[in-house]
Design a protein around this ligand. Structure first.
Ligand code: HEC
Length: 188
C-alpha cells in the first residue's frame, strides 16, 4: 500500500513537472490572432456561466425603458462599447474580431441573457479576455442604462429608432435579425 501510494505521488509530480516544462519551454501558444478551438470555447464558456450562476446577484434593473434612458444607453454604448462590439452604423471593423476570444457583435447578435446577467458581466468584466470591468469607469446608473439598451435593442420605441436612424445613418436591429443571431449561438 505504501509503495502504491508513493507510485501515485511520483506519477502526479512527473505530470505537474511535464506541464510546467511545456509552458516554460514556450510550447504553450500565447498569440491572439487565431480562432479558439471548439473544445476550448466550450470549456471556457462553461466556466464563465458557472461562475456567473454562483456569484452574480439576481437584481432587477431599477430603470424603466423610457425613450430618454434608452437614448442615454445608446450613447454610452457608442462611446464605450461599440469599438469592440459593433458600431451602430453597421460598418465592419476588424478590431473586435482581433481578440482571443473575439468580442461578440451585438448589432448582428444582441445578448439574450437576463439583465442581471448582462449587468454583472459589464460591472465585473471577463477575466483572460478583452472584456474589461466597467465598475471604475461607469456609474451604476450608466451601467444599467447600457444594459437596458442591450436588452431592448430589437424592440426600441419609434422615437428611439428614429434617433438611431438619424444619428447613425443605418437601420435598428429587428426581432427577426435577433432570432437569426441566436440560432448561430453555440452556448445556449
Ligand atoms: C476592448 C474591447 C471591449 C470593449 C471596449 C467592451 N467589450 Fe464587452 N467583451 C469583449 C470581449 C472580447 C468579450 C468576449 C468574452 C468571452 O467570449 O468570454 C466581451 C463580452 C461581453 C459580454 C458577454 C457576451 C456574452 O454573449 O456572454 C457583454 C454583455 C459585454 N461584453 C458588454 C460590453 C459593454 C456593455 C461594453 C461597454 C460598456 C463592453 N462590453 C465593452 C470586449 C470588449
Amino acid at each position: 500500500m505504501g509503495k502504491f501510494l508513493l507510485g501515485v505521488i511520483i506519477t502526479v509530480l512527473i505530470l505537474i513537472l511535464a506541464v510546467l516544462g511545456f509552458v516554460a519551454l514556450g510550447f504553450y501558444p500565447t498569440r491572439a490572432n487565431l480562432e479558439p478551438p471548439q473544445w476550448e470555447r466550450h470549456f471556457a464558456m462553461g466556466a464563465v456561466d458557472s461562475s456567473m450562476e454562483r456569484h452574480a446577484p439576481r437584481v432587477t434593473n431599477p430603470l424603466t425603458p423610457t425613450d430618454e434612458n434608452l437614448e442615454d444607453g445608446m450613447k454610452i454604448y457608442t462611446m464605450n462599447c461599440a469599438s469592440c462590439h459593433g458600431t451602430l452604423d453597421r460598418k465592419f471593423s476588424a478590431f473586435g474580431n482581433s481578440f482571443y476570444p473575439p468580442a461578440p457583435n451585438f448589432i448582428s447578435d444582441p445578448p439574450d441573457d437576463p439583465e442581471w446577467h448582462t449587468f454583472y458581466t459589464i460591472r465585473t468584466g471577463i477575466r483572460y479576455t478583452g472584456m474589461p470591468a466597467w465598475d471604475k469607469t461607469l456609474s451604476e446608473t450608466d451601467m444599467w442604462k447600457v444594459t437596458l439598451f442591450l436588452s431592448h435593442m430589437d424592440k426600441l420605441p419609434p422615437a428611439v429608432q428614429d434617433y438611431w436612424k438619424a444619428n447613425f445613418n443605418s437601420v435598428p436591429v429587428t426581432p427577426d435579425e435577433k432570432k437569426e443571431g441566436e440560432e448561430k449561438h453555440d452556448h445556449h
